[in-house]
Ligand binder design. Structure first.
Ligand SMILES: *Cc1c(COP(=O)(O)O)cnc(C)c1O
Length: 356
């Protein structure tokens, strides 16, 4: 097995009060780094002090965006540290790599390096329910060359950031605007990859939605602007007449790990579950008939994000009286319970890393 070198930081930072820091503002003392060179493959995996990285002003990623990332979380369960579904996240990293022509990583090596990094930084994993250590692996083309081409050299990093509870002010519904002007991704494009381009494509629409009083945008398909896709960084699920319905994975949306978790658990709880094309007209219809019972997003950051208002072409559908639906609440309690150890993890969603 390739060994991962460890260079210890000369001084360690003071740990912040996690309840006051929100998301992605503080980083731990160390990070994982690995380099790819054509002819040599991925080499020199190492854990080094967290620091700025140096790139050429002609860096291919800055100019042309050949980059991918992941987002997962580590949690405290009493005196134990666990990671939620790490191998599923690393497999998806390699799927994103395939789509952007980035050389795949050795999952076993990266998995072991991640475990080692988390073990080194175990004291950074917050111990209050809802708080976590966010794990951000990313890979980018490192060539200093302005020609448009697939990169010849890459860097991979994993950085860690302690994050406050997503619902610091309580689990609450959000307002979502169905976007019918702008599009984010189309089939055959990058929608199935976790890549910065999808976020770049969403920023302006997000700003416009904010100005109109909505928290996030729900994308429709890029061809007909008729079929539901996903929210910026969450998949979307509906409860219609007792059934849990979500858009099928058709190549233009991300295969969310939280989506997968919710669908699996919902089936086990006995709910009918369906992954299929859903048009916005079907949603409007269900709303008019009074059978649109719940709408909620799923993603690593929030786990479950109940939707209270769904705005489309200037009209608001108020879902479940703008209250958290019973299914969303039950699923949120269950998944966050598994993560913090309050719920028995019968699926082995969490992976034990180390004791603190
Ligand atoms: C990360 C992400 C999600 C959520 O995926 P999870 O694996 O559940 O965190 C959904 N959509 C997009 C576009 C994303 O980048």
């Amino acid at each position: 097995m390739t060994t991962v070198k460890f260079v210890k930081a000369p001084t360690l930072k003071e740990k912040p009060d996690v309840s006051k820091i929100g998301f992605g503002t503080h980083f731990t003392d160390h990070m994982f780094e690995m380099t790819y060179t054509t002819g040599k493959g991925w080499h020199d995996p190492q854990i080094i002090p967290y620091n700025n990285i140096s790139i050429s002003p002609a860096n291919a990623t800055i100019h042309y965006g050949q980059a991918i990332f992941e987002g997962m979380k580590a949690f405290r369960q009493g005196n134990k540290v666990v990671i939620f579904r790490p191998l599923d996240h690393l497999k998806r990293l390699n799927n994103s790599a395939r789509i952007l022509d980035i050389p795949p990583v050795d999952i076993e090596l990266v998995h072991n390096a991640l475990r080692q990094l988390i073990t080194i930084e175990k004291d950074w994993v917050p111990n209050k329910r809802g708080q976590s250590l966010y794990i951000r692996p990313f890979i980018y083309a490192d060539d200093g060359f302005l020609g448009v081409s697939v990169g010849k050299s890459y860097k991979m990093y994993i950085i860690l950031s302690p994050v406050a509870a997503y619902y610091a002010h309580g689990f609450a519904p959000v307002n979502i605007m169905v976007e019918d002007t702008y599009v984010r991704a189309t089939k055959g494009g990058l929608g199935e990859a976790k890549t910065p381009a999808n976020y770049a494509a969403s920023l302006h629409a997000g700003l416009v939605a904010h100005q109109k009083g909505y928290d996030q945008t729900l994308w429709l398909d890029g061809v007909e602007r008729k079929y539901i896709e996903e929210v910026g960084s969450m998949n979307i699920l509906f409860k219609i007449n007792g059934e849990i319905v979500t858009p099928e994975l058709d190549g233009s949306i991300l295969s969310g790990i939280t989506r997968r978790t919710v669908l699996q658990v919902a089936k086990e709880w006995g709910y009918p579950v369906s992954e299929r094309r859903i048009s916005i007209d079907e949603i409007k219809d269900a709303y008019k008939k009074g059978v649109l019972e719940e709408v909620f997003g799923s993603g690593t950051a929030a786990v479950i994000s109940p939707v209270g208002v769904l705005g489309y072409k200037g009209e608001d559908m108020v879902i479940n009286d703008n209250q958290i639906g019973p299914f969303a609440q039950k699923m949120f309690d269950y998944v966050t319970g598994v993560q913090c150890g309050a719920e028995k993890d019968t699926h082995n969603f969490t992976e034990f890393v180390t004791e603190v």
